[in-house]
Design a protein. Structure first.
Length: 222
């Protein structure tokens, strides 16, 4: 699969043992993210590559400089990115049950801001198919692509100091789920009991990049 790029990918040093590969543009691209997943699969068979960490339309590659030179790795990344990548989506599928709305959420506020009825907001959110673009920010936190543009809303001007574990949230063009209690500027639209991070579980993180998420409406609180 070959895509037309608006500009050559950028490569940045990230310390002595890592390269940040950045083919992104100003707008998140699902096709770029899928190609990055394909690149991760190929890199797993490259001698000297120790770890790959997908981000939002970028990729951190950690390498052993005794086995592969930075210049050689950089050339390899550009060469394979500009060629045909075997894109094949094989992520697991998860259904996430959600109780939408309630006094502790922003559902009514952001629905009014967008001039969308709360029930329509819930329908649009729950009827979407989301892909885990990357895991980051906190242990197990999934950045989800696939949010309906009609319910995309800028993040809060003043972040909350604490969102509880299981908060189902939206921010900008992305959706997410809080794996633990932490500060956040994203908007709360509901809650789920699904545990995304459990240090006593193996693996501790439930979701992986490329997994597919579908939300299920359990109840809408008024």
């Amino acid at each position: 699969m070959t895509v037309e790029l608006s500009a050559p990918p950028r490569l940045h040093s990230a310390g002595a043992r890592a390269v940040l590969f950045d083919p992104s543009s100003t707008v998140f691209s699902t096709s770029i993210q899928q190609r990055l997943f394909a690149l991760v699969d190929l890199l797993s068979r490259v001698d000297g590559v120790e770890q790959t960490v997908p981000g939002m339309n970028n990729l951190l590659v950690v390498f052993n400089p005794l086995e592969i030179r930075r210049e050689r790795l950089s050339d390899w990344l550009v060469e394979h990115w500009n060629g045909d990548l075997p894109v094949s989506l094989q992520g697991r599928e998860f259904e996430v049950p959600v109780v939408y709305g309630g006094d502790e959420t922003d559902l009514s506020e952001i629905s009014a801001q967008l001039s969308v009825a709360a029930d329509e907001f819930v329908d649009r959110h729950a009827n979407g198919t989301y892909s885990v673009a990357c895991i980051g920010a906190m242990p197990g936190f999934p950045y989800l692509s696939g949010l309906d543009p009609m319910i995309a809303v800028p993040r809060r001007a003043v972040p909350r100091m604490r969102l509880e574990r299981g908060a189902v949230i939206v921010g900008g063009a992305q959706a997410g789920i809080m794996p633990c209690a932490a500060p956040s500027g994203w908007h709360i639209i509901g809650h789920t009991d699904l545990e995304l991070f459990d240090p006593k579980r193996s693996p501790a993180v439930l979701l992986c990049p490329g997994d597919i998420i579908r939300f299920k409406v359990l109840e809408v609180l008024r």
